[in-house]
Write a protein that binds this ligand. Structure first.
Ligand code: G3H
Ligand code: 13P
Ligand code: ZN
Length: 307
Protein backbone atom coordinates (compact mmCIF):
# COMPACT_ATOMS: atom_id res chain seq x y z
CA UNK A 1 0.00 0.00 0.00
CA UNK A 2 1.38 3.49 -0.82
CA UNK A 3 1.38 6.32 1.72
CA UNK A 4 -2.05 7.88 1.97
CA UNK A 5 -3.36 11.36 2.73
CA UNK A 6 -5.20 11.97 6.00
CA UNK A 7 -8.60 13.03 4.58
CA UNK A 8 -10.43 9.71 5.03
CA UNK A 9 -8.80 9.23 8.42
CA UNK A 10 -10.00 12.62 9.64
CA UNK A 11 -13.51 12.36 8.12
CA UNK A 12 -14.16 9.18 10.06
CA UNK A 13 -12.39 10.39 13.21
CA UNK A 14 -14.49 13.55 13.27
CA UNK A 15 -17.76 11.65 12.83
CA UNK A 16 -16.93 9.02 15.43
CA UNK A 17 -15.27 11.29 18.01
CA UNK A 18 -11.76 9.91 18.14
CA UNK A 19 -8.35 11.17 17.01
CA UNK A 20 -5.56 9.80 14.84
CA UNK A 21 -2.12 9.71 16.44
CA UNK A 22 0.67 11.64 14.75
CA UNK A 23 3.95 10.32 16.07
CA UNK A 24 7.34 11.90 15.40
CA UNK A 25 9.93 9.63 13.81
CA UNK A 26 13.70 9.96 13.58
CA UNK A 27 15.10 6.48 13.06
CA UNK A 28 14.32 2.86 12.25
CA UNK A 29 13.57 1.62 15.76
CA UNK A 30 11.08 4.40 16.42
CA UNK A 31 9.28 3.70 13.14
CA UNK A 32 9.24 -0.04 13.79
CA UNK A 33 7.88 0.39 17.32
CA UNK A 34 5.11 2.76 16.25
CA UNK A 35 4.06 0.71 13.23
CA UNK A 36 4.01 -2.55 15.21
CA UNK A 37 1.69 -0.95 17.76
CA UNK A 38 -0.65 0.46 15.11
CA UNK A 39 -0.71 -2.91 13.34
CA UNK A 40 -1.66 -4.73 16.53
CA UNK A 41 -4.36 -2.19 17.28
CA UNK A 42 -5.47 -1.91 13.63
CA UNK A 43 -5.25 1.85 13.97
CA UNK A 44 -4.84 4.55 11.30
CA UNK A 45 -1.46 6.20 11.59
CA UNK A 46 0.39 9.42 10.83
CA UNK A 47 4.18 9.31 10.90
CA UNK A 48 5.55 12.82 11.07
CA UNK A 49 8.99 14.19 10.38
CA UNK A 50 10.20 17.51 11.79
CA UNK A 51 12.79 19.68 10.05
CA UNK A 52 15.24 18.48 12.70
CA UNK A 53 14.40 14.83 12.08
CA UNK A 54 14.84 15.35 8.35
CA UNK A 55 18.22 16.92 8.95
CA UNK A 56 19.23 14.13 11.35
CA UNK A 57 18.21 11.14 9.24
CA UNK A 58 18.09 12.59 5.73
CA UNK A 59 14.85 12.79 3.77
CA UNK A 60 15.63 9.78 1.58
CA UNK A 61 16.34 7.55 4.59
CA UNK A 62 13.15 8.59 6.34
CA UNK A 63 10.98 8.13 3.26
CA UNK A 64 12.54 4.73 2.49
CA UNK A 65 12.08 3.60 6.10
CA UNK A 66 8.42 4.57 5.93
CA UNK A 67 8.11 2.72 2.62
CA UNK A 68 9.63 -0.33 4.31
CA UNK A 69 7.05 -0.03 7.11
CA UNK A 70 4.30 0.09 4.48
CA UNK A 71 5.65 -2.98 2.76
CA UNK A 72 5.67 -4.87 6.05
CA UNK A 73 2.19 -3.85 7.16
CA UNK A 74 -1.24 -3.41 5.63
CA UNK A 75 -1.87 -0.17 7.45
CA UNK A 76 -2.98 3.13 5.98
CA UNK A 77 -0.03 5.38 6.85
CA UNK A 78 0.20 9.10 6.19
CA UNK A 79 3.66 10.69 5.88
CA UNK A 80 3.54 14.24 7.23
CA UNK A 81 5.99 17.11 7.59
CA UNK A 82 5.78 18.48 11.14
CA UNK A 83 6.31 22.23 11.69
CA UNK A 84 7.47 23.07 8.17
CA UNK A 85 9.31 26.36 8.69
CA UNK A 86 8.96 27.80 5.17
CA UNK A 87 7.65 27.23 1.65
CA UNK A 88 10.87 25.63 0.39
CA UNK A 89 10.94 22.81 2.93
CA UNK A 90 7.25 22.11 2.39
CA UNK A 91 7.89 21.99 -1.36
CA UNK A 92 10.86 19.61 -0.93
CA UNK A 93 8.74 17.24 1.15
CA UNK A 94 5.80 17.40 -1.28
CA UNK A 95 8.17 16.68 -4.16
CA UNK A 96 9.73 13.84 -2.11
CA UNK A 97 6.49 11.92 -1.59
CA UNK A 98 4.97 13.30 1.63
CA UNK A 99 1.17 13.16 1.55
CA UNK A 100 0.68 15.93 4.08
CA UNK A 101 2.68 18.97 5.20
CA UNK A 102 2.40 21.46 7.99
CA UNK A 103 3.38 25.03 7.29
CA UNK A 104 3.99 26.64 10.65
CA UNK A 105 3.71 30.39 10.32
CA UNK A 106 2.37 30.76 13.86
CA UNK A 107 5.33 32.92 14.91
CA UNK A 108 4.77 35.36 12.03
CA UNK A 109 2.51 38.41 11.94
CA UNK A 110 -1.01 37.38 10.91
CA UNK A 111 -0.80 38.66 7.32
CA UNK A 112 2.52 36.85 6.77
CA UNK A 113 1.17 33.62 8.23
CA UNK A 114 -1.72 33.87 5.77
CA UNK A 115 0.60 34.62 2.84
CA UNK A 116 3.01 31.71 3.39
CA UNK A 117 0.20 29.28 4.20
CA UNK A 118 -1.64 30.32 1.04
CA UNK A 119 1.54 29.77 -1.00
CA UNK A 120 1.99 26.24 0.39
CA UNK A 121 -1.71 25.44 -0.10
CA UNK A 122 -1.53 26.40 -3.78
CA UNK A 123 1.51 24.21 -4.41
CA UNK A 124 0.27 21.29 -2.30
CA UNK A 125 -3.31 21.18 -3.56
CA UNK A 126 -2.14 21.14 -7.17
CA UNK A 127 -0.38 17.87 -6.23
CA UNK A 128 -3.09 16.34 -4.05
CA UNK A 129 -1.23 16.98 -0.78
CA UNK A 130 -2.92 17.95 2.50
CA UNK A 131 -1.91 21.14 4.34
CA UNK A 132 -2.01 21.73 8.09
CA UNK A 133 -1.39 25.27 9.33
CA UNK A 134 -1.15 26.80 12.80
CA UNK A 135 -2.76 29.80 14.40
CA UNK A 136 -1.92 30.84 17.96
CA UNK A 137 1.32 30.13 19.77
CA UNK A 138 2.25 27.18 21.93
CA UNK A 139 4.77 27.85 24.66
CA UNK A 140 7.93 25.74 24.37
CA UNK A 141 10.68 25.17 21.89
CA UNK A 142 10.73 23.64 18.43
CA UNK A 143 13.44 23.61 15.83
CA UNK A 144 12.67 27.10 14.52
CA UNK A 145 9.97 28.46 16.76
CA UNK A 146 10.38 29.30 20.39
CA UNK A 147 7.87 31.06 22.57
CA UNK A 148 8.03 31.84 26.27
CA UNK A 149 4.31 32.34 26.56
CA UNK A 150 1.39 30.84 24.73
CA UNK A 151 -1.10 32.93 22.79
CA UNK A 152 -4.35 31.03 22.53
CA UNK A 153 -6.12 30.80 19.18
CA UNK A 154 -8.81 33.40 18.61
CA UNK A 155 -11.93 31.56 17.33
CA UNK A 156 -13.09 34.30 14.93
CA UNK A 157 -9.59 34.71 13.56
CA UNK A 158 -9.41 30.94 13.02
CA UNK A 159 -12.48 31.11 10.76
CA UNK A 160 -11.01 34.02 8.81
CA UNK A 161 -7.62 32.27 8.55
CA UNK A 162 -9.06 29.04 7.16
CA UNK A 163 -11.23 30.95 4.68
CA UNK A 164 -8.34 33.06 3.44
CA UNK A 165 -5.69 30.33 3.23
CA UNK A 166 -7.68 27.25 2.24
CA UNK A 167 -5.65 25.11 4.68
CA UNK A 168 -7.14 21.65 5.26
CA UNK A 169 -6.61 21.39 9.01
CA UNK A 170 -5.63 23.81 11.73
CA UNK A 171 -3.39 23.43 14.77
CA UNK A 172 -4.78 25.48 17.62
CA UNK A 173 -3.38 26.71 20.94
CA UNK A 174 -5.65 25.93 23.90
CA UNK A 175 -3.09 25.28 26.64
CA UNK A 176 -0.83 22.49 25.45
CA UNK A 177 2.89 23.07 24.85
CA UNK A 178 5.83 21.15 23.45
CA UNK A 179 8.25 19.15 25.57
CA UNK A 180 8.08 17.53 28.99
CA UNK A 181 7.38 20.62 31.14
CA UNK A 182 3.91 21.73 30.19
CA UNK A 183 2.39 22.94 33.43
CA UNK A 184 3.78 24.28 36.69
CA UNK A 185 0.41 24.22 38.43
CA UNK A 186 -2.82 22.45 37.56
CA UNK A 187 -2.96 20.94 34.07
CA UNK A 188 -5.87 22.39 32.16
CA UNK A 189 -7.00 23.07 28.61
CA UNK A 190 -9.34 25.83 27.44
CA UNK A 191 -12.32 23.70 26.42
CA UNK A 192 -14.63 26.72 26.11
CA UNK A 193 -12.34 28.05 23.40
CA UNK A 194 -12.17 24.66 21.69
CA UNK A 195 -15.97 24.35 21.69
CA UNK A 196 -16.27 27.86 20.28
CA UNK A 197 -13.88 27.03 17.43
CA UNK A 198 -15.63 23.74 16.69
CA UNK A 199 -19.01 25.49 16.80
CA UNK A 200 -17.86 28.08 14.25
CA UNK A 201 -16.28 25.46 11.97
CA UNK A 202 -18.36 22.30 12.26
CA UNK A 203 -16.78 19.34 10.48
CA UNK A 204 -13.39 21.03 10.17
CA UNK A 205 -10.46 18.93 11.50
CA UNK A 206 -8.44 20.52 14.29
CA UNK A 207 -4.97 19.47 15.46
CA UNK A 208 -3.50 19.40 18.95
CA UNK A 209 0.26 19.75 19.23
CA UNK A 210 2.18 19.34 22.45
CA UNK A 211 -0.06 16.50 23.53
CA UNK A 212 2.30 14.19 25.40
CA UNK A 213 1.10 13.11 28.83
CA UNK A 214 4.57 12.60 30.35
CA UNK A 215 3.63 9.45 32.30
CA UNK A 216 5.14 9.62 35.76
CA UNK A 217 6.47 6.06 35.64
CA UNK A 218 8.82 6.95 32.80
CA UNK A 219 9.96 10.13 34.51
CA UNK A 220 10.65 8.03 37.62
CA UNK A 221 12.41 5.30 35.64
CA UNK A 222 14.61 7.85 33.90
CA UNK A 223 15.43 9.60 37.18
CA UNK A 224 16.20 6.30 38.89
CA UNK A 225 18.86 5.60 36.29
CA UNK A 226 20.47 9.02 36.13
CA UNK A 227 18.13 11.40 34.32
CA UNK A 228 17.26 14.82 35.73
CA UNK A 229 13.60 15.29 34.92
CA UNK A 230 12.28 16.94 38.07
CA UNK A 231 9.01 18.81 37.57
CA UNK A 232 8.16 17.17 34.25
CA UNK A 233 4.40 17.26 33.65
CA UNK A 234 2.17 16.54 30.66
CA UNK A 235 -1.44 16.74 29.53
CA UNK A 236 -3.65 14.28 31.43
CA UNK A 237 -4.97 11.51 29.20
CA UNK A 238 -8.63 12.19 30.00
CA UNK A 239 -8.33 15.80 28.79
CA UNK A 240 -7.00 14.58 25.46
CA UNK A 241 -9.85 12.07 25.12
CA UNK A 242 -12.27 14.90 25.71
CA UNK A 243 -10.59 17.05 23.04
CA UNK A 244 -10.81 14.16 20.58
CA UNK A 245 -14.59 14.26 20.94
CA UNK A 246 -14.67 17.99 20.15
CA UNK A 247 -13.26 18.16 16.63
CA UNK A 248 -9.61 17.41 17.38
CA UNK A 249 -8.81 14.75 14.77
CA UNK A 250 -5.00 14.68 15.02
CA UNK A 251 -3.03 14.49 18.25
CA UNK A 252 0.75 14.99 18.10
CA UNK A 253 2.99 12.92 20.34
CA UNK A 254 6.76 13.01 20.47
CA UNK A 255 8.05 13.61 24.00
CA UNK A 256 6.37 10.49 25.45
CA UNK A 257 8.17 8.32 22.91
CA UNK A 258 11.47 9.99 23.74
CA UNK A 259 10.90 9.52 27.47
CA UNK A 260 9.96 5.85 27.17
CA UNK A 261 12.82 5.06 24.85
CA UNK A 262 15.50 6.88 26.81
CA UNK A 263 14.36 5.64 30.22
CA UNK A 264 14.55 2.07 28.95
CA UNK A 265 17.99 2.58 27.43
CA UNK A 266 19.23 4.08 30.69
CA UNK A 267 17.80 1.13 32.64
CA UNK A 268 19.27 -1.45 30.31
CA UNK A 269 22.73 0.07 30.32
CA UNK A 270 22.71 0.56 34.10
CA UNK A 271 21.72 -3.06 34.63
CA UNK A 272 24.04 -4.46 31.95
CA UNK A 273 27.22 -2.37 32.15
CA UNK A 274 29.20 -4.98 30.24
CA UNK A 275 27.02 -4.66 27.09
CA UNK A 276 28.00 -2.42 24.20
CA UNK A 277 26.17 -3.85 21.19
CA UNK A 278 23.56 -1.18 20.24
CA UNK A 279 21.08 -3.92 19.35
CA UNK A 280 21.04 -5.01 22.99
CA UNK A 281 19.69 -1.70 24.26
CA UNK A 282 17.76 -0.66 21.16
CA UNK A 283 15.61 -3.78 21.33
CA UNK A 284 14.00 -2.91 24.69
CA UNK A 285 13.86 0.72 23.54
CA UNK A 286 11.89 -0.29 20.44
CA UNK A 287 9.58 -2.40 22.59
CA UNK A 288 9.05 0.61 24.88
CA UNK A 289 8.05 2.73 21.87
CA UNK A 290 5.56 0.06 20.84
CA UNK A 291 4.06 -0.21 24.33
CA UNK A 292 3.77 3.56 24.61
CA UNK A 293 2.03 3.89 21.26
CA UNK A 294 -0.43 1.09 22.08
CA UNK A 295 -1.22 2.86 25.32
CA UNK A 296 -1.84 6.10 23.39
CA UNK A 297 -4.09 4.40 20.85
CA UNK A 298 -6.17 2.83 23.60
CA UNK A 299 -6.22 5.47 26.37
CA UNK A 300 -5.89 8.74 24.50
CA UNK A 301 -6.79 8.47 20.82
CA UNK A 302 -9.56 5.87 20.85
CA UNK A 303 -8.66 4.74 17.33
CA UNK A 304 -8.26 0.97 17.73
CA UNK A 305 -9.93 -1.02 14.93
CA UNK A 306 -10.65 2.07 12.84
CA UNK A 307 -9.07 1.05 9.56
O1 G3H B 1 7.16 19.81 17.90
C1 G3H B 1 8.27 19.39 17.79
C2 G3H B 1 8.55 17.94 17.73
O2 G3H B 1 8.55 17.39 19.02
C3 G3H B 1 9.80 17.69 16.97
O3 G3H B 1 10.90 18.05 17.70
O4 G3H B 1 12.26 19.57 16.26
O5 G3H B 1 13.30 18.25 18.13
O6 G3H B 1 12.52 17.09 16.05
P1 G3H B 1 12.34 18.26 16.97
P1 13P C 1 5.00 16.77 22.63
O1 13P C 1 6.29 17.45 22.91
O2 13P C 1 3.98 17.07 23.68
O3 13P C 1 5.16 15.31 22.42
O4 13P C 1 4.41 17.39 21.26
C1 13P C 1 4.88 16.94 20.02
C2 13P C 1 4.40 17.78 18.90
O5 13P C 1 3.52 18.61 19.02
C3 13P C 1 5.04 17.57 17.60
O6 13P C 1 4.60 18.48 16.65
ZN1 ZN D 1 4.19 20.42 17.39
Amino acid sequence: MPVVGPKEMFDRAYKEGYAVGAFNVNNMEIIQGIVAAAAEEQAPLILQVSAGARKYAGQTYIVKLVEAALAESDLPICLHLDHGPDFQLCKDCIDGGFTSVMIDGSHLPYAENIAVTRQVVEYAHARGVWVEAELGKLAGVEEHVSSEVSVYTDPDQAVDFVKRTGCDSLAIAIGTSHGAYKFTGEAKLDFDRLEKITGLMPGYPLVLHGASSVPQEFVDMGNKYGAKLGGAKGVPEDLLRRAAKLGVCKINIDSDIRLAMTANIRKYLAENPEKFDPRDYLKPARQAVKDMVRRKIKNVLGCSNKI
